[in-house]
Design a protein around this ligand. Structure first.
Ligand SMILES: Cc1ncc(COP(=O)(O)O)c(C=O)c1O
Length: 395
């Protein structure tokens, strides 16, 4: 049976136990994703073989559908960190180049660029976050004709701030820089369109809003850039062979695939991970990205409304539609670990974070959450912050 937004809650056994508001950290698996990966091990026990070509093809077509791309622009990778490293390490840097990124980026989108800067003798230009966000005018000041890459997250891990990607893309491209975007905090919960704005590189891990296993993700490389780059790590199956074809292991020069497959590190893949990820992408596309976005925006509005009612402080951008994602990190009056523990005792799972913005309590509902439980959860958090007796949940 096809999945639907109306019955989605039933697909998540976790909803019977807790109010899960930590999808920006990692999401619970839908039943059918867990079952798909489990089935692989069951079949492997009895020696069944799998048509991997079909699995990969299906997965890439689902990923392409999700981000409005072409199948041949998608590579499966071991998550965001690997995807960003692939891009940062193969870039065609020129003497005197610089890389522009923000001080609030998650480490996965910082260290690979720091390493590239160190080894390629590049300048790292760091945009300073202001008012809990990152703003195009600050990019305008730092991006110039020597900028090779603007590396950015569509939505910031620390607090859920959604940047003005259209404007930042315009700035990067007007100087001939590549735009490399980490979409792990937006793909699967908000619309991400590889053509609008035009992305050069895009990466997302599967374990958050995409509802898949850890250690999987996709890397998008725009069609006309694919053959311009050669990944630093290479191995078998990065050529234009299919898994089912007899492979030529004779000693000969390699010829990388002309599709994004060339960026998919060769050797035997993490098959249960791939299977789970493909199932998760299929599931999300069945539910429908518009339906997911609509529901998650509604839940976000409820969170904001109730956070304000509880007297918790939120940044200004959270009330402006252009900068909202589907979660928010607020500043707690207490230690975030303590808040997390107290909330869990009351059936609410949140995601703490510690970054240059300080400690935050992140409230990140996904479409399997109900409006009622989200309202109650924010009330519980308000009571924890005020140190008052917590109202028990109504069964
Ligand atoms: C913005 C951002 N990028 C990257 C990552 C790491 O992704 P992965 O585990 O897929 O490498 C995270 C969190 O885990 C994140 O929040």
């Amino acid at each position: 049976m096809k999945a639907s937004i109306q019955t989605a809650r039933e697909d998540f056994p976790i909803t019977e136990r807790v109010t899960y508001l930590a999808s920006c950290g990692s999401s619970p698996l839908p039943k059918r994703v867990a079952e798909a990966s489990k089935a692989y091990y069951d079949n492997r026990m009895v020696g069944d073989r799998l048509d991997l070509d079909t699995v990969f093809k299906k997965g890439k077509s689902e990923a392409a559908k999700l981000i409005n791309a072409r199948e041949d622009e998608i590579a499966f990778v071991k998550g965001t960190t690997e995807g960003i490293n692939t891009v940062a390490s193969m870039m065609d840097y020129r003497p005197g180049d610089n890389i522009v990124l923000a001080d609030v980026e998650f480490t996965s989108n910082v260290y690979p660029w720091m390493r590239a800067a160190k080894h390629e003798n590049l300048e790292l230009r760091v945009v300073k976050s202001r008012n809990d966000g990152i703003w195009p005018e600050d990019y305008e000041k730092l991006v110039n004709d020597h900028t090779r890459v603007v590396a950015i997250s569509d939505v910031q891990m620390a607090n859920g701030f959604k940047c003005d990607l259209k404007e930042i893309s315009r700035i990067a491209h007007s100087h001939g820089a590549y735009l490399a975007v980490d979409v792990i905090q937006s793909a699967g919960t908000m619309q991400v369109d590889s053509r609008n704005p035009e992305f050069d590189f895009m990466v997302a891990g599967s374990h958050k809003w995409l509802l898949g296993p850890s250690g999987m993700g996709f890397l998008f490389v725009r069609r006309d850039l694919i053959e311009r780059f050669e990944p630093v790590f290479i191995g078998p199956w990065q050529e234009d062979f299919v898994y089912s074809a007899p492979i030529d292991f004779t000693f000969r020069p390699y010829k990388l695939s002309t599709t994004a497959r060339r960026f998919e590190l060769g050797g035997h893949p993490n098959i249960p991970g791939v299977i789970g990820f493909v199932e998760a992408l299929t599931y999300i596309n069945e539910i429908g990205k518009e339906n997911i976005e609509r529901k998650n925006m509604k839940l976000f509005e409820l969170v904001i409304e109730n956070i304000e009612r509880q007297g918790l402080s939120i940044p200004d951008w959270a009330t402006q539609p252009g900068y909202r994602s589907s979660y928010i990190g607020y500043k707690s009056s207490q230690g975030v670990r303590e808040v997390k523990e107290k909330a869990e005792k009351n059936g609410v799972v949140i995601a703490p974070s510690r970054t240059i913005l300080g400690d935050r309590v992140r409230i990140a509902p996904h479409f399997f959450c109900s409006e009622e439980e989200v309202v109650r959860a924010v009330e519980v958090l308000g009571q924890i912050e005020r140190g008052v007796q917590i109202t028990p949940a109504v069964a």
